[in-house]
Design a protein around this ligand. Sequence first.
Ligand code: ADP
Length: 487
Amino acid sequence: MAHEYVEIEGISVPTGHFIGGEHVSSVETFETRSPMQWDWKLADIARGTKETANQAVTAAVDAFPVWSRYTVQDRATCLQHLADLIDENKDDIATVECLDMAMLLESLKLRLIPRAALNFRNYSNIIIEAEERAWSSKGTLNRIIRMPAGPAVIITPWNAPFMLSTWKVAPALASGNTVILKPAEWSPLSAAKLTEFINEAGFPSGAFNIVQGFGSDLGAALVSDQRVKRVSFTGSPKTARKIGHAAAQNIVPFTAELGGKGPLIVFEDCDLDAAAKKAAGQFDDSGQVCLAGTRLLVQTGVMGDFLKLFHAYTDQHVMGDSRDAATTMAALIHPLHIEKVAAFVERARAKGDKIIRGGKIHKEGMLWYEPTLIQPKSNNSEIVQNEIFGPVLTIQDFETEEEAIALANSTKYGLSGIIYTSSAERAERVGRAVRSGIVWINCFLIRDLSAPFGGIGESGIGREGGDYALDFHADLKTLQIYEGSVT
Ligand code: ADP
């Protein structure tokens, strides 16, 4: 079928799926609109069905014997080439994603799209440098081999979609698995743009497929296909349960990176200005960040001073068009999402939690929500316990380190934590005690791509990043070689 595309602000974007090295259309389409101006329809995108899922898995199955037998160097060359193409087309990818999900353009150009390129470049290095583990014991040599596992389905969410998708795709391809990526239906355009570079990067047909559509039909069909050998998901706990069920039916390894409700703990011995600035910085991207420190836990003695600084930094936020360099807070992704955020705050208000600032939609009929700070009536308040995924923070005080740790660990989540303190001993003690996949001490969001990444409890299962993702995507085998002479 003809290669269909749409022109958005002078940038051509394919509207179809990418299966077996070709763009493929669907009879049905779905609309994607710009959160910055909801009456602005950006594109009609192909809406995949069960048949699309079947076609994509077949392409990935057929390509597996080819791609998995590429030498590590040849795989690395494709990954590097894709990274180069992403870098070369960074501005277009950033613009398309900015229009599609209202992520700040500057941050996309400087941070997120280069980081996506780095995801591929990094894994090209990791697989070249990956050492086979080997040791002698009992007169034999144990050699551990990573065998490519087969087609991997990767399902991703609507926030930071390009960076997040590539972060999961890179290790799968590096491992020799073929990939079917399904991006989220609320922000499909940057993945659509990526389909333009896959053939040029040198991947064999079917090694890397991208399909567009909804989770309930296309996504569900992908994850339940018995030919799929790995499922890697980022999204909500509710969907993770369904996907985990499908993976369990097929006895297929599954990783899930889910929500968070991270604590940001401010001890009175810390650099208070830096802590308050970082706390106000949790409103960046309008809080649509699973790693955000959304529960501010502040030691009682510095609460007053902290609040003064926090308000001053929060006052500096600018809600506006994400293409404008002055904007720091973007529109929320979708009318249904802002409705959900607003409903959380209204329920909190009704139950007696104190709205310290914000608590309303910025301009009626538009998708900006004011930076909001809430002092909960109790730690059991819904506003403290559940992920909101918007610019809404809670604030609670504590007296002792033990109290801070207890509060930090009091939700069902465990993705990330942030600690501000000047004491190395305290940083070590509290850092170890906070139950989450990552704890930042006197910093936030800095992350080495080789480190493991994932959550505890409802924040997910499994770890990705570095060698950890290579292990997930491989079938590990032990070659047990007799070291004596065979008689
Ligand atoms: P969010 O609440 O962040 O939108 P979701 O878990 O609803 O998170 O969606 C994340 C991704 O999961 C999206 O790509 C969505 O289409 C997909 N998805 C939703 N339901 C299913 C399902 N039953 N099977 C497979 N994928 C799904």
